[in-house]
Ligand binder design. Structure first.
Ligand SMILES: C[S@@+](CC[C@H](N)C(=O)[O-])C[C@H]1O[C@@H](n2cnc3c(N)ncnc32)[C@H](O)[C@@H]1O
Length: 252
């Protein structure tokens, strides 16, 4: 299995959904699931509030959002800082991000560039803050280590990075749009079927779906990193609260 093959699989996966889906199901496909009684604006505000606080954002920070999707967080980061750049594999998402930034008249969203997370097209020490949200489960272990090294290379002294990812190995967060249509009693059956499907794709070497638990992050990838676990499951179903965040800081 190569990172390139798996990266291509995921780029096509998101590309197809971005072209096909309507606003709500598109956002669910990206992994955004509002909690009970919450709309998307509320969800983005809640998630961004958490990110803003964890990263300790400042108005003069230069920020990079790796695997930015269509830039939901990139644009919010841009509003709070000197500027934010988003990179991702998926062209359709990047184009959508650029259009939305233009519509919002937001020059601080400085650009949406196509790049694999393992090789970011910026010189060393280019950013004060780096966000990498909801992407690690797409990476094999070697790539995960490379991304962490990339982030450390890109951060300025005293910089901070926040990694957020799914908490429960094997849970189909991005499939929630399908699960939502299924009667409750069938939910566990379908969930297992989806896990089997993904396991088969992973075992056959076509694709990576690898949920890293917080302990793997803390022990193997980022020894000494701070881990903040957000709230878990709602009503037995996954939602966006069941992500966790790992914060790394570089020494001065
Ligand atoms: C679940 S979405 C999260 C998007 C965004 N961070 C957000 O929170 O809205 C995962 C994103 O990771 C991107 N992605 C997957 N593998 C990648 C890789 N190797 N390099 C860069 N982006 C990648 C996908 O294209 C997709 O946009």
């Amino acid at each position: 299995m190569t990172n390139e093959k798996s990266a291509q699989y995921w780029a096509n996966f998101y590309d197809a959904r971005a072209r096909r889906n309507t606003a709500g199901s598109f956002m669910r496909a990206l992994g955004y699931h509002p909690a009970d009684g919450e709309d998307y604006d509320g969800l983005f505000k809640r998630l961004f509030g958490h990110i803003e606080q964890s990263l300790d954002l400042d108005a003069d920070h230069d920020v990079l959002d790796i695997a930015c999707g269509y830039g939901v967080m990139t644009r919010l980061l841009g509003k709070r800082t000197a500027g934010a750049i988003g990179t991702d594999l998926t062209k359709v998402l990047l184009e959508k991000g650029a259009v939305l930034a233009q519509e919002e008249d937001l020059p601080q969203a400085r650009g949406f560039l196509q790049a694999n997370a393992v090789a970011q097209p910026f010189p060393d020490a280019s950013f004060d803050r780096v966000l990498c949200y909801g992407m690690f489960f797409h990476l094999d272990r070697a790539s995960a280590e490379t991304v962490v090294a990339e982030v450390q290379r890109l951060l300025r002294p005293g910089g901070k990075a926040l990694f957020g990812d799914v908490l429960h190995p094997g849970r189909m967060h991005y499939e929630r749009s399908y699960l939502a249509k299924v009667p409750r009693p069938l939910y566990p059956v379908l969930n297992w079927a989806l896990r089997l499907k993904t396991w088969m794709a992973t075992a056959s070497g076509r694709v990576v779906y690898q949920a890293y638990g917080p302990s793997y992050f803390k022990r193997r990838l980022l020894p000494g990193a701070t881990c903040v676990t957000m709230e878990g499951m709602r009503d037995g179903r996954p939602n966006n609260k069941s992500r966790y965040d790992i914060l790394i800081t570089l020494a001065e």
